[in-house]
Design a protein around this ligand. Structure first.
Ligand SMILES: NC(=O)c1ccc[n+]([C@@H]2O[C@H](COP(=O)([O-])OP(=O)(O)OC[C@H]3O[C@@H](n4cnc5c(N)ncnc54)[C@H](OP(=O)(O)O)[C@@H]3O)[C@@H](O)[C@H]2O)c1
Length: 172
């Protein structure tokens, strides 16, 4: 059983163009092995991702602490000088958190006995021409799910806790 999470269900190719249904989003796409693919985004800020990068040493408290610190600074108005990204700030923190929590979940499920394992990975679809980018990306919405589908269906090794883009494992 394979799910692709966070993918768009309706693909809109641009203003004035009719929306198309994305057959992959949120749907089970294979019955062979249990796999889960989270669609997230690459985090460019090395300093931000560093404490959350290494899955072997990653613990929930570190992720909670990073997210809580950001929320606190947003509440008291001090986030701008807190070392967070100055652009796409909330988007970056939310993606960082989804990525880190996904890795924690992936680690837990990869320890299960054979037959009960769930292979969970993250991927970045690239810079897409969708509503999110105001259709300014360089990849069409049809090509966007390529790595997610490859992870779910085509990659014949069973890997977990990894991050992929353009069908390659990359750093978070
Ligand atoms: N576009 C890029 O360049 C890019 C780059 C890196 C990563 N990503 C990631 O790829 C994924 C898809 O991005 P996209 O470009 O296709 O974005 P999009 O065009 O803005 O579509 C976002 C999708 O999420 C749904 N959605 C938003 N808020 C939701 C909520 N609270 N509950 C349930 N569904 C919700 C929207 O539903 P409605 O249509 O009903 O509003 C829409 O189908 C996202 O996770 C995004 O962060 C995108």
């Amino acid at each position: 059983m394979v799910y692709v999470v966070n993918g768009r269900s309706i693909m809109n190719s641009g203003a004035g163009k009719p929306p198309e249904f994305n057959p992959w989003a949120g749907k089970p796409v294979s019955q062979r092995k249990k796999k889960l693919v989270h669609v997230v985004a690459r985090i460019g800020d090395v300093r931000l991702r560093e404490p959350l990068e290494f899955v072997d040493s990653l613990i929930e408290e570190v992720t909670d602490r990073t997210v809580d610190a950001f929320l606190e600074q947003v509440k008291d108005g001090s986030w701008a000088t807190g070392g967070w990204p100055q652009t796409f700030t909330d988007y970056s923190i939310s993606k960082l958190a989804v990525n880190a929590y996904t890795r924690l979940m992936a680690k837990k499920f990869s320890y299960r006995p054979e037959g009960e394992k769930i292979y969970i990975n993250c991927c970045c679809p690239g810079w897409l021409k969708t509503a999110m980018t105001g259709w300014e990306g360089n990849i069409s919405p049809v090509e966007g799910p390529d790595t997610a589908v490859w992870l779910a269906l085509l990659l014949d090794q069973f890997v977990a806790c990894k991050f992929f883009a353009e069908r390659r494992e990359i750093n978070f």
